[in-house]
Design a protein around this ligand. Structure first.
Ligand SMILES: Cc1cc2nc3c(=O)[nH]c(=O)nc-3n(C[C@H](O)[C@H](O)[C@H](O)COP(=O)(O)O)c2cc1C
Length: 214
């Protein structure tokens, strides 16, 4: 056998071994996540920005909300308050109030911010508690994953939040939302039945790594 042939054979053997070891690894990984509905639910969830018109029924929303409030939270202070709006009139009133308080944005722009979701959760956090934003983030993710597992789409919405800053403290919208003193909106989450099936956005696995002094 010529030297070149031996060299090619060695390369082929190494390549085959590398492919086989990669297959083994992914097989092991997929065996752990296969038929695991929790992992499948987490990995398949996508933000939905197009909805069918009907609101999510309140029984389903109650399940979603119960999942939300069962999230881990700092000292079990449950430093969140959630108000759900699922009728057009109330949403229209909120959009009109935000538009009045923010003359540089049109009602259409504000409506666009809410992405047409027929059910809207307004989540407020306790501004006096250090970990309240984290509590609300965990609550939100629980709600969105619970929704997804039942075929309900969702969209986390930061866009409307700054608009609340200009809303007068005596605006009637505050009476409707009726948050406790010290609580202010931190995030909105739209819910509804999806009218689109967006592809997953790429994630960067370089964001995590195992570290060790060994
Ligand atoms: C704190 C936060 C604020 C967000 N605000 C908006 C928003 O205002 N409008 C919007 O369309 N999407 C918003 N999103 C959704 C993100 O754009 C989306 O989660 C991200 O692009 C990843 O896509 P995926 O959820 O489909 O995986 C927000 C998400 C988070 C977590």
């Amino acid at each position: 056998m010529k030297v070149r042939q031996i060299f090619c054979l060695i390369i082929c053997v190494i390549a085959t071994m590398m492919i086989l070891s990669a297959c083994g690894k992914s097989k092991k990984q997929s065996a752990m996540s296969e038929n695991n509905s929790v992992i499948e639910n987490i990995l398949s969830r996508r933000s939905i920005r197009k909805y069918l018109p009907q609101a999510v029924d309140q029984e389903t929303m109650k399940i979603i909300l119960d999942c939300g409030i069962n999230a881990p939270n700092g000292q079990n202070k449950q430093s969140w308050e959630i108000r759900v709006v699922d009728d057009v009139e109330t949403m229209d009133a909120i959009v009109a109030a935000l538009a009045k308080a923010n003359p540089t944005v049109t009602p259409e722009m504000i409506r666009g911010c809410f992405r047409g979701a027929p059910t809207m959760a307004f989540i407020a956090n306790d501004r006096s508690y250090l970990f309240s934003t984290i509590d609300c983030g965990l609550l939100s993710e629980n709600m969105m994953l619970a929704a997804w597992s039942m075929g309900v789409g969702s969209i986390c919405l930061g866009c409307p939040i700054p608009l609340f800053d200009n809303l007068s403290s005596v605006d009637p919208i505050w009476d409707i939302l009726n948050f406790s003193p010290g609580y202010r909106p931190i995030i909105c989450i739209g819910f509804g039945y999806p009218d689109e099936a967006p592809a997953a956005k790429p994630r960067d696995p370089e964001k995590y790594r195992f570290v060790s002094i060994k």
